[in-house]
Design a protein around this ligand. Structure first.
Ligand code: NAD
Ligand code: IMJ
Length: 258
């Protein structure tokens, strides 16, 4: 098992026990990292309770609200981390959002507001979180985001999220170039399709999952734990020369032509 003891990690994007971020948090914890975990607050704080209960076994040092559309809340989150942690080593960006009606039907139907929302939450937020993390990453750092092949190739219904992932992947490269001199690495994991809250809501997802099971070289889907292991590697010093890259954790699906 790789060693992350002495390292601290900020993990965003846990909604429930199927979240990719949950798989990542578990593997970072298993490797010995100290965790700050965030949740997306809702009106009645129901999400807070749910996520708090789920992550309790990982005994996070910090548990904080973080809606990336709320600049003041993001600032408060980094202030709290700065006060509690000597330094921050690892940032996990594992979130995306588009209006549900923009994830099916005609691509040309996307509204200016729907486009803005998807790009804001799913792509701009990586820049925003890197800016906040930079002054805390005093011993260097590793930033990891989650992306999908729909940002490179056309996947039915992915629509505006494809544009957002494309922007996110280019953000990875510009951020890697910008933050490299501070010894902060920035990489993306392009995960194959996984059953989560963010995919369950999608029409035809079952067909898509079945297709990947049939076509991928490993003839199966990737698991949250396997994505977590790739994240642990990218977070660790074992990957110290890797930055600006998108690593596919998709059971080989990306190499196939048909
Ligand atoms: P998920 O629904 O469990 O996670 C999405 C997270 O985004 C949730 O925790 C949600 O609270 C958070 N979020 C949404 N809006 C937010 C905001 N304004 N501020 C802060 N957080 C916000 O689903 P998931 O599949 O685990 O998705 C995590 C990441 O993995 C996403 O970037 C997604 O695009 C990516 N991904 C998913 C798959 C898949 O098939 N599930 C494949 C490749 C990549
Ligand atoms: C999402 C839409 C269309 C096709 C899709 C997906 N396929 C996969 C996903 C084939 C695998 C899941 N994915 C990779 C995502 O990035 C999902 C992002 C997402 C999902 C929702 C659903 C609920 C909602 N808004 C969302 N915003 C982003 O209201």
């Amino acid at each position: 098992m790789l060693d992350l003891s002495g390292k601290t990690a900020l993990v965003t994007g846990i909604a429930n026990n199927r979240s990719i971020a949950w798989g990542i948090a578990q593997q970072l914890h298993a490797a010995g990292a100290k965790l700050a975990i965030t949740y997306l607050p809702d009106d009645r704080d129901r999400n807070k309770g749910k996520v708090a209960e789920l992550v309790e076994p990982l005994s996070p040092a910090l548990f904080l609200p973080c809606d990336v559309q709320n600049d003041a809340q993001v600032d408060e989150m980094f202030a709290a981390i700065g006060q509690s942690f000597e330094k921050l080593d690892i940032l996990i960006h594992c979130l995306a959002f588009a209006n549900k009606e923009d994830l099916s039907g005609e691509f040309t139907a996307i509204s200016r507001e729907g486009f803005r929302l998807a790009l804001d939450v799913s792509a701009y937020s990586l820049i925003q979180l890197c800016r906040g993390a930079k002054p805390l990453m005093t011993a260097g750092g590793s930033v990891i985001t989650l992306t999908y092949i729909g940002g490179v190739k056309v996947v039915p219904n992915y629509n505006v999220m494809g544009i957002a992932k494309s922007a996110l992947e280019m953000n990875v490269r510009y951020l890697a170039a910008d933050l490299g001199p501070s010894n902060i690495r920035v990489n993306g994991i392009s995960a194959g399709p996984i059953r989560t809250l963010a995919s369950a809501a999608i029409g035809d997802i079952h067909k898509m999952l079945h297709h990947v099971e049939e076509v991928s070289p490993l003839r199966r889907l990737v698991s949250q734990t396997e994505v977590g292991n790739v994240a642990a590697f990218l977070a660790s010093d074992l990957s110290s020369a890797i930055t600006g890259q998108i690593l596919y954790a998709d059971c080989g699906y990306e190499i196939m032509g048909a």
